[in-house]
Design a protein around this ligand. Structure first.
Ligand SMILES: Cc1cc2nc3c(=O)[nH]c(=O)nc-3n(C[C@H](O)[C@H](O)[C@H](O)COP(=O)(O)OP(=O)(O)OC[C@H]3O[C@@H](n4cnc5c(N)ncnc54)[C@H](O)[C@@H]3O)c2cc1C
Length: 426
């Protein structure tokens, strides 16, 4: 079994970018080459700024190149954000959040088409009810989507219909959503990085930033170079250790696990998931899966909220995989890996500033593919001087763990354990 990710092993664009050497001067320096940093770079170069993007490892190396590839129609933290906004905007809060919800999908579809990014994009997602009582939540989501004009894009399915779409003994119905998508997330990110570079962004890999020197023109420092900029955006998510005095305790890193089987024979792949839907269930700590373009089952689930990766991911996930698809008992698992997601207690993305011209954006709580595209647009807008949407996010209060990172992880692990127990007995 391979420890590298399926995504890295199957990526189409593998050509490296150089490390930063020497001193350069740009308008905007961006730290972190995941979907947030890459899309902010693309947005800003499109607006005519000179941009340098610095990635410690390779573009897409973090959560971006390790995720489940499911592009679902929720902005992470939408409920908490709506509640917060109701205080100042009344009933307009729902419209604002609903509008944002689908913006990420639009941006992704537009980028894939405009830059010809080959990333196995497919439509179709099923949110499955793990228990009969969970159908109420799905029904409410479906009703709202219908009310807002989604028409045939969404449908509530009974148990029988779900079992026509998935060869599984699990679930008590589901919500089918044809607007949601799934894709090869690393190909998407590298395609977007190539597009940014094509428009003039300077992209550097193998360039970990060691320090940000604040000032009228902040400086971003690496081992072999420096970038002088008017503005800096920190987009290192759960992977960076910069600015600890202000950033420590804001994010709760959770290690999420993922795997792919060996390519399945065509007939077997069609039998278990004939419409190649991406799926996740209604539990708090859920299973998520889909087929890859070469007929592997990609299956993720569980989460280690201690922040530490599991020593044997395949062994940990296999029982859930086999419970979901009994015909795959004993199936060969070819890739297994984990990644760090940035969890925020209220799930609202954290957008803010460390000083007047040093911004940060992070924390999508495991729902970052669409959200990162929305956030990148908002950050580019803010850097260009339009603050309205940034200010809305920046005004949301966030819990900061006062106990130090290790104690915070223990608190989070206990909290998650509580939810898991409640679901098992509930
Ligand atoms: C296993 C897993 C499954 C997931 N599944 C889904 C899913 O199916 N759907 C979904 O919507 N979301 C999913 N997510 C969440 C999603 O992947 C993330 O929210 C999203 O990728 C975050 O993007 P990002 O650019 O903010 O952060 P990241 O992709 O983590 O990128 C941060 C980058 O910053 C770099 N960096 C850190 N420090 C420095 C430094 N000092 N100098 C330079 N660079 C630095 C890192 O190397 C890294 O590449 C999942 C996450 C995981 C881990």
């Amino acid at each position: 079994m391979q420890t590298e990710t399926y995504y890295a092993a199957s990526a189409r664009d593998t050509a490296p970018y150089p490390p930063l050497t020497g001193e350069i001067s740009v308008d905007i320096a961006i730290i972190g080459g995941g979907l947030t940093g890459v899309n902010a770079a693309l947005e800003l170069t499109q607006r005519g700024y000179r941009v340098a993007l610095l990635e410690a490892e390779r573009i897409g190396w973090g959560a971006t190149g390790r995720n489940g590839g499911q592009v679902t129609g929720s902005l992470s933290g939408d409920e908490a954000l709506t509640k917060h906004l109701r205080k100042t905007r009344g009933s307009a809060a729902e419209d604002f959040v609903w509008g944002l919800r689908w913006r990420g999908h639009e941006i992704i579809r537009e980028r894939v088409a405009r830059y010809g990014i080959d990333c196995d994009l497919r439509h179709g997602h099923l949110h499955t009810a793990y228990k009969p009582a969970h159908m109420a939540e799905l029904r409410a989501t479906c009703d709202e989507a219908q009310r807002r004009g989604m028409g045939d894009d969404v449908a509530l399915l009974d148990t029988g219909r779900v079992h026509e779409l998935l060869e599984t003994p699990l679930y008590h119905g589901g919500l089918l959503n044809r607007r949601n998508m799934h894709l090869h997330t690393l190909d998407l990110c590298r395609g977007e990085a190539r597009a940014a570079a094509g428009q003039g962004a300077q992209v550097f890999e193998g360039s970990p930033v060691t320090e940000i020197i604040h000032g009228q023109r902040p400086v971003v420092v690496t081992a072999a170079g420096r970038v002088n900029a008017d503005t800096v955006l920190l987009a290192g998510n759960a992977y960076h250790r910069l600015e600890r005095s202000k950033m420590a305790g804001k994010l709760f890193p959770a290690s999420l696990a993922n795997l792919t089987t060996k390519p399945l024979p065509e007939a077997e792949a069609r039998a278990i998931n004939p419409q190649n839907l991406a799926v996740y269930d209604t539990r708090f700590i859920l299973d998520y899966y889909r087929m890859t373009a070469d007929n592997r089952l990609m299956f993720g689930g569980g989460a280690n909220y201690s922040g530490k990766a599991s020593p044997d991911i395949a062994a940990e996930l296999r029982p859930s995989l086999e419970r979901t698809f009994p015909r795959l008992r004993g199936v060969g698992i070819e890739f297994a890996w984990s990644g760090q997601a940035g969890i925020v207690p209220n799930r609202v993305p954290q957008l803010g500033r460390l000083s007047p011209n040093v911004f940060y954006a992070q924390g999508y709580s495991g729902h970052g593919i669409a959200t990162s595209h929305i956030v990148a647009e908002i950050m580019a807008e803010a850097i260009a001087g339009t603050m309205e949407r940034f200010d809305i996010f920046a005004s949301v209060p966030h819990l900061r763990n006062p106990l130090g990172e290790r104690a915070g992880q223990t608190m989070l692990a206990l909290g998650m354990w509580y939810y898991r127990m409640r679901e098992m007995v509930g």
